[in-house]
Write a new protein. Structure first.
Length: 148
Protein backbone atom coordinates (compact mmCIF):
# COMPACT_ATOMS: atom_id res chain seq x y z
CA UNK A 1 0.00 0.00 0.00
CA UNK A 2 1.15 3.49 -0.81
CA UNK A 3 0.48 6.65 1.17
CA UNK A 4 -0.43 9.85 -0.63
CA UNK A 5 -0.72 13.42 0.67
CA UNK A 6 -3.73 15.18 -0.87
CA UNK A 7 -5.33 18.56 -0.29
CA UNK A 8 -9.10 18.94 0.01
CA UNK A 9 -10.90 22.12 1.09
CA UNK A 10 -7.54 23.66 1.98
CA UNK A 11 -6.78 20.81 4.39
CA UNK A 12 -4.07 18.18 4.01
CA UNK A 13 -4.95 14.50 4.26
CA UNK A 14 -2.82 11.36 4.21
CA UNK A 15 -4.62 8.62 2.26
CA UNK A 16 -3.64 5.07 1.39
CA UNK A 17 -4.08 3.41 -1.99
CA UNK A 18 -2.80 0.45 -3.98
CA UNK A 19 0.73 0.74 -5.31
CA UNK A 20 0.75 2.51 -8.68
CA UNK A 21 -2.55 4.31 -8.02
CA UNK A 22 -1.04 7.39 -6.39
CA UNK A 23 -1.43 9.72 -9.40
CA UNK A 24 -4.97 8.53 -10.02
CA UNK A 25 -5.90 9.26 -6.37
CA UNK A 26 -4.39 12.75 -6.64
CA UNK A 27 -6.38 13.47 -9.83
CA UNK A 28 -9.62 12.23 -8.28
CA UNK A 29 -9.07 14.32 -5.15
CA UNK A 30 -8.28 17.38 -7.28
CA UNK A 31 -11.49 16.83 -9.28
CA UNK A 32 -13.56 16.44 -6.08
CA UNK A 33 -11.97 19.53 -4.52
CA UNK A 34 -12.71 21.56 -7.65
CA UNK A 35 -16.39 20.51 -7.61
CA UNK A 36 -16.60 21.20 -3.89
CA UNK A 37 -15.00 24.66 -4.26
CA UNK A 38 -17.33 25.56 -7.19
CA UNK A 39 -20.37 24.70 -5.08
CA UNK A 40 -18.98 26.53 -2.05
CA UNK A 41 -18.46 29.66 -4.20
CA UNK A 42 -21.95 29.30 -5.67
CA UNK A 43 -23.92 28.41 -2.52
CA UNK A 44 -21.85 30.13 0.12
CA UNK A 45 -20.74 28.60 3.38
CA UNK A 46 -23.69 26.31 4.14
CA UNK A 47 -21.65 23.84 6.12
CA UNK A 48 -19.04 21.32 5.15
CA UNK A 49 -21.26 18.25 5.51
CA UNK A 50 -24.05 19.72 3.40
CA UNK A 51 -21.56 20.85 0.73
CA UNK A 52 -20.00 17.37 0.69
CA UNK A 53 -23.45 15.81 0.29
CA UNK A 54 -24.42 18.15 -2.57
CA UNK A 55 -21.03 17.61 -4.25
CA UNK A 56 -21.48 13.84 -3.98
CA UNK A 57 -25.02 14.06 -5.39
CA UNK A 58 -23.80 16.14 -8.35
CA UNK A 59 -20.98 13.71 -9.10
CA UNK A 60 -23.35 10.72 -8.85
CA UNK A 61 -25.85 12.53 -11.09
CA UNK A 62 -23.12 13.08 -13.70
CA UNK A 63 -22.13 9.42 -13.34
CA UNK A 64 -25.69 8.19 -13.94
CA UNK A 65 -26.15 10.54 -16.93
CA UNK A 66 -22.92 9.26 -18.42
CA UNK A 67 -23.92 5.67 -17.68
CA UNK A 68 -27.26 6.24 -19.44
CA UNK A 69 -25.49 7.74 -22.47
CA UNK A 70 -23.14 4.76 -22.57
CA UNK A 71 -26.11 2.38 -22.42
CA UNK A 72 -27.86 4.28 -25.22
CA UNK A 73 -24.73 4.10 -27.35
CA UNK A 74 -24.37 0.40 -26.53
CA UNK A 75 -27.98 -0.19 -27.63
CA UNK A 76 -27.34 1.74 -30.85
CA UNK A 77 -24.21 -0.32 -31.42
CA UNK A 78 -26.18 -3.52 -30.79
CA UNK A 79 -28.81 -2.39 -33.31
CA UNK A 80 -26.12 -1.57 -35.86
CA UNK A 81 -24.53 -4.94 -35.23
CA UNK A 82 -27.86 -6.69 -35.85
CA UNK A 83 -28.40 -4.69 -39.04
CA UNK A 84 -24.88 -5.52 -40.19
CA UNK A 85 -25.54 -9.23 -39.60
CA UNK A 86 -28.80 -8.95 -41.57
CA UNK A 87 -26.98 -7.20 -44.43
CA UNK A 88 -24.23 -9.79 -44.34
CA UNK A 89 -26.82 -12.57 -44.49
CA UNK A 90 -28.57 -10.88 -47.41
CA UNK A 91 -25.26 -10.39 -49.23
CA UNK A 92 -24.36 -14.06 -48.76
CA UNK A 93 -27.81 -15.13 -49.95
CA UNK A 94 -27.50 -12.81 -52.97
CA UNK A 95 -24.04 -14.19 -53.75
CA UNK A 96 -25.29 -17.78 -53.46
CA UNK A 97 -28.23 -17.02 -55.77
CA UNK A 98 -25.89 -15.41 -58.29
CA UNK A 99 -23.55 -18.40 -58.12
CA UNK A 100 -26.55 -20.68 -58.82
CA UNK A 101 -27.55 -18.48 -61.76
CA UNK A 102 -23.97 -18.50 -63.08
CA UNK A 103 -23.91 -22.29 -62.76
CA UNK A 104 -27.16 -22.56 -64.73
CA UNK A 105 -25.86 -20.15 -67.37
CA UNK A 106 -22.62 -22.15 -67.68
CA UNK A 107 -24.67 -25.32 -68.15
CA UNK A 108 -26.76 -23.60 -70.81
CA UNK A 109 -23.60 -22.34 -72.53
CA UNK A 110 -22.14 -25.86 -72.50
CA UNK A 111 -25.39 -27.23 -73.95
CA UNK A 112 -25.39 -24.50 -76.59
CA UNK A 113 -21.77 -25.30 -77.51
CA UNK A 114 -22.67 -28.98 -77.90
CA UNK A 115 -25.66 -28.05 -80.04
CA UNK A 116 -23.46 -25.78 -82.21
CA UNK A 117 -20.86 -28.55 -82.56
CA UNK A 118 -23.56 -31.08 -83.47
CA UNK A 119 -25.08 -28.61 -85.95
CA UNK A 120 -21.64 -27.92 -87.38
CA UNK A 121 -21.00 -31.66 -87.80
CA UNK A 122 -24.40 -32.12 -89.39
CA UNK A 123 -23.77 -29.14 -91.69
CA UNK A 124 -20.37 -30.50 -92.72
CA UNK A 125 -21.89 -33.94 -93.33
CA UNK A 126 -24.68 -32.43 -95.44
CA UNK A 127 -22.11 -30.33 -97.29
CA UNK A 128 -19.99 -33.42 -98.00
CA UNK A 129 -23.02 -35.38 -99.28
CA UNK A 130 -24.15 -32.42 -101.37
CA UNK A 131 -20.64 -32.03 -102.80
CA UNK A 132 -20.49 -35.75 -103.65
CA UNK A 133 -23.93 -35.58 -105.24
CA UNK A 134 -22.90 -32.56 -107.28
CA UNK A 135 -19.69 -34.29 -108.31
CA UNK A 136 -21.70 -37.31 -109.52
CA UNK A 137 -24.07 -35.03 -111.41
CA UNK A 138 -21.11 -33.23 -112.99
CA UNK A 139 -19.46 -36.54 -113.86
CA UNK A 140 -22.67 -37.80 -115.48
CA UNK A 141 -23.06 -34.56 -117.35
CA UNK A 142 -19.45 -34.68 -118.51
CA UNK A 143 -19.74 -38.31 -119.57
CA UNK A 144 -22.95 -37.53 -121.51
CA UNK A 145 -21.27 -34.58 -123.16
CA UNK A 146 -18.28 -36.75 -124.13
CA UNK A 147 -20.55 -39.35 -125.58
CA UNK A 148 -22.27 -36.82 -127.75
Amino acid sequence: MANVNVKFNNKDYLLSCDDGQEESLKKLTLFLDKKYTELKDKLGNIGENKLLLITSIQIIDEYFELKEKVNLQKNKLDDLSKKFLELKSLAIKYRDNKEDEIGKLNTEIDNFKKMVEESNSLYESMLDRTTKSLEKIIEKAESKSQIQ
